[in-house]
Write a protein that binds this ligand. Sequence first.
Ligand code: OFO
Length: 163
Amino acid sequence: MISRKMMTSLNEQINRELYSSYLYLAMAAYCQAEGMSGMAKWLVAQAEEERGHAMKMYHYLQEQGARVVLKAIAEPPAEFGSPRQVFEETLKHERKITAWIHELMEQAMREKDFATQGLLQWFVNEQVEEESIAADIVAKFKLVGSDARGLYWLDRELGQRGG
Ligand code: OFO
């Protein structure tokens, strides 16, 4: 059993993960419209991964006999300026998500909720990976600058990601 407060916090995080999924899907649609189909493919896969994160918390709440309550998902932007800005935004977004996960962990520690700490440890580790991958892509964008061949290569490279 988990506290009511923890239940509310995890429900809020489900909403943030679903928003992440929606945001990445919006970014994918933008990149596709910009002719960057490899980047779009990467972002669609990322959107699916975020839905998986939401579902992980969804199932956990149910296993704990707690109630899942879904709230409205905010509208993501449709324009991002450039593909490079899409990935800079991705990194910023992931850092924000990491901060929220850490806040949840702090709450679970305060409440001595060991089961939720176990769940959140998975997310803490996952965020290290999420940030590192996004930072790596941003670094590659900086490297290629506005070189068309470089961008073509980066698009192909990101398109290698499996769904
Ligand atoms: Fe769910 O990790 Fe990204 O947002």
